[in-house]
Design a binder for this molecule. Structure first.
Ligand SMILES: [Zn+2]
Ligand SMILES: [Zn+2]
Length: 246
């Protein structure tokens, strides 16, 4: 059944996007293999690694992040996250599920044994009503058959707002606020909505590695291009919630 496009209101949408708007989504095709940072190169190349990942290799091995955190993906995620309007992100969830499914079918390497959503402090979750990372993990679990769990990683306290901080400040802001509550499988994927500086991903991946994971992947909807870690702030201002991604 065709439905309404969430960005242009055309009537020929599939999973909430018309063919034109789907075609125009800012795909993150030329990106760092490791952290998913969008790179500006003439042509996509296999196994590109950004300067940051070379200087300070993160504890995760690769990132699967299909879109850049730019218009209209930033708006779609913002409406979802800060206003609870899930239909705005339905096209991204559907397409991400299909992309992950396809990538797994084509990849002869072993796949993650567990999907782990980036944890949200329970107070914040109560306020928002849901943890978007857990919602995304559940969607990807349905698409791939890989189980997910939000029990293994916990956020023990809320942090000061992350937006406006650079990665180094974010890293110290995040020190000691997460805990692992059980045995971590050897190969896992951390799931989040937006990777901004990568500080949360680095912190969580290092913690999972300390607790037995050998391979950690990062699966997220969108990655903020370099130099724009403040994008998305307008939504947080609207909702009085200043944590915009990680
Ligand atoms: Zn459209
Ligand atoms: Zn990188």
């Amino acid at each position: 059944m065709p439905d309404l496009c969430v960005t242009c209101l055309a009537h020929d949408a599939t999973d909430g996007l018309c063919p034109g708007c789907r075609q125009d989504l800012p795909r993150n095709t030329t990106a760092c293999y490791r952290c998913g940072l969008p790179l500006t190169l003439a042509a996509p190349a296999a196994s590109l690694i950004c300067g940051e990942c070379i200087r300070q290799p993160p504890a995760f091995t690769r990132a699967f992040i299909p879109w850049c955190y730019q218009f209209p993906v930033d708006r779609m995620i913002g409406h979802y996250k800060y206003r609870g309007q899930r239909h705005f992100v339905r096209p991204l969830l559907a397409d991400f599920g299909a992309l992950v499914h396809q990538a797994i079918e084509q990849d002869p390497n072993p796949q993650p044994q567990l999907l782990i959503p980036a944890p949200m402090h329970r107070k914040r979750q109560r306020k928002r009503g849901f943890n978007q990372a857990a919602d995304i993990a559940e969607t990807l679990s349905l698409a791939t058959g890989i189980p997910w769990s939000s029990e293994l990683l916990r956020r023990t306290r809320a942090t000061a707002a992350q937006s406006g901080l650079d990665r180094r400040q974010r890293l110290s802001n995040l020190k000691g606020i997460f805990e692992v509550t059980g045995e971590v499988p050897a190969h896992v994927a951390l799931v989040d909505d937006v990777v901004t500086t990568g500080a949360t991903a680095r912190t969580l991946a290092a913690l999972l590695r300390q607790h037995g994971a050998q391979t950690v992947e990062i699966w997220a909807l969108a990655r903020t291009p370099a130099q724009s870690t403040r994008s998305g702030q307008s939504f947080s201002d609207l909702a009085g919630d200043s944590q915009t991604g990680s």
